[in-house]
Design a protein around this ligand. Structure first.
Ligand code: NAP
Length: 144
């Protein structure tokens, strides 16, 4: 029997590339933002419990780097809290979680204005300065 794969961010660059590849591996359930808003913890929890995937692939992210500085709570909800909740729920049902993020900027030391802004935004994304999202998975034992 084919594994059930829950993919977020199917309309994004990464999710759009992954969708046809994952479809070769299993039965893909890929809700768009209109069906699953990652800023809603209840929605994340409910979707995972209903779909009961063997694999969750999180390709959704708040990627509006500039706006993240003024929209910190939404960026944090989508990029830090939702993945953390996915890890908790995945653990409960024995699913694997593949979370895609960019950590390269959190240690970026270049002093250009642009790079500083990106580094600040990355810190905002993860909820704490220079804390990669993967550390938030530690209590669930799902470091990647
Ligand atoms: N693109 C790359 O080359 C690359 C390389 C390395 C790492 N990454 C990382 O991969 C992740 C995705 O990047 P990307 O380039 O694919 O970004 P993207 O093209 O901007 O796509 C982001 C996706 O996330 C969805 N999304 C945003 N907020 C959401 C919410 N509240 N609820 C549900 N879905 C939401 C968007 O939905 P809508 O379509 O409705 O807006 C979109 O489908 C990011 O963490 C990025 O840092 C990307």
């Amino acid at each position: 029997m084919k594994p059930v794969i829950l993919l977020t961010g199917k309309n994004g660059q990464v999710g759009g590339e992954l969708l046809p590849l994952l479809a070769r591996l299993g039965e893909v359930v890929a809700p768009g933002r209109d069906q699953l808003d990652l800023s809603s913890p209840d929605g994340v929890r409910r979707t995972i419990r209903e779909v009961r995937p063997q694999l969750i692939v999180n390709a959704a992210a708040y990627t509006a780097v500039d706006r993240a500085e003024t929209d910190e709570s939404l960026a944090k909800a989508v990029n830090a809290e939702a993945p953390e909740l996915m890890a908790v729920e995945a653990k409960k049902i024995g699913a694997a979680l593949l979370h895609n993020s960019t950590t390269m900027f959190s240690t970026e030391r270049k002093e250009s204005h642009t790079m500083r802004r990106i580094a600040q935004a990355r810190s905002t994304f993860t909820g704490r300065p220079n804390l990669p999202v993967r550390k938030r998975f530690a209590p669930q034992g799902r470091r990647t």
